[in-house]
Design a binder for this molecule. Sequence first.
Ligand SMILES: [Zn+2]
Ligand SMILES: [Zn+2]
Length: 272
Amino acid sequence: MVNSHIHSKYSVDSTEEIDDICKEAINKGLTAIAITDHVCFWHHPNGLKTKDLIDCKNEILTLNKKYNGKLKILFGMEISEYHFNPSYEKQALSVGDIDVVLSSLHDDITISSRKLERRLCNNDFKTFSKEQIVELIKNYYKILIDIAKNSDYDVLAHLTYPLRYITCRDKVKVDFKTIEKEIKDILQIIIKRSKALELNTSNAGSGFFMPNEEILKLYREMGGELINLGSDAHVCQKVDLGLKEGKELLKKCGFTKYYYYENRKPIIAEEL
Ligand SMILES: [Zn+2]
Ligand SMILES: [Zn+2]
């Protein structure tokens, strides 16, 4: 089993040592993991410190020797909010020897009808009108389409991130028709650019996957094949969170395998 989305102490929202993540991964039967720490303005407000990325890369090099034959450790990063500061991406990629680049959008969405907390997770969507939710989602995907088209990534992460808070946490239902066109546009871009889609299992405990079954099936029907699996773990214990369930879901949606990236090239992780 391979987990392609894990954060370590090189992200400001995690304190985990990569070595501890490796030990836990081996205990839980994983064969490879990708360390994908945050690169974005929110995490590096005073400019990107490439030293952190280089230290992370070097540590991974050492740990690959230590765990040779037991676990493959891949060096990656999660670049977010690309549109705000494309220079962060350029700087981050200049570090070199990267296995996988995840691209994502978390925060800084604005709507005309209401002032939002800049971090999406800090908004209480129960207090939003239906129109405000629709406006927010439309604006989110407008930016994500731009990111999917223009940034230099391998895997588009947690495609339905706003629903993690709107639907999974705050229990506000969003009709798929609201986002259908935008989702189709993004999937089309991913397929055309030979990028991968991520199945993010961080909320698998609540039966919530990003994206859900309907979107995964749609991606498959549209010819999408490249799919990665990641638990978005920020603590060691979550190194295998939802991966088994994720694999089952992929199988159900018509996927026969899933992938991971090494040297920014897709490799079959497992047949399903
Ligand atoms: Zn993320
Ligand atoms: Zn993440």
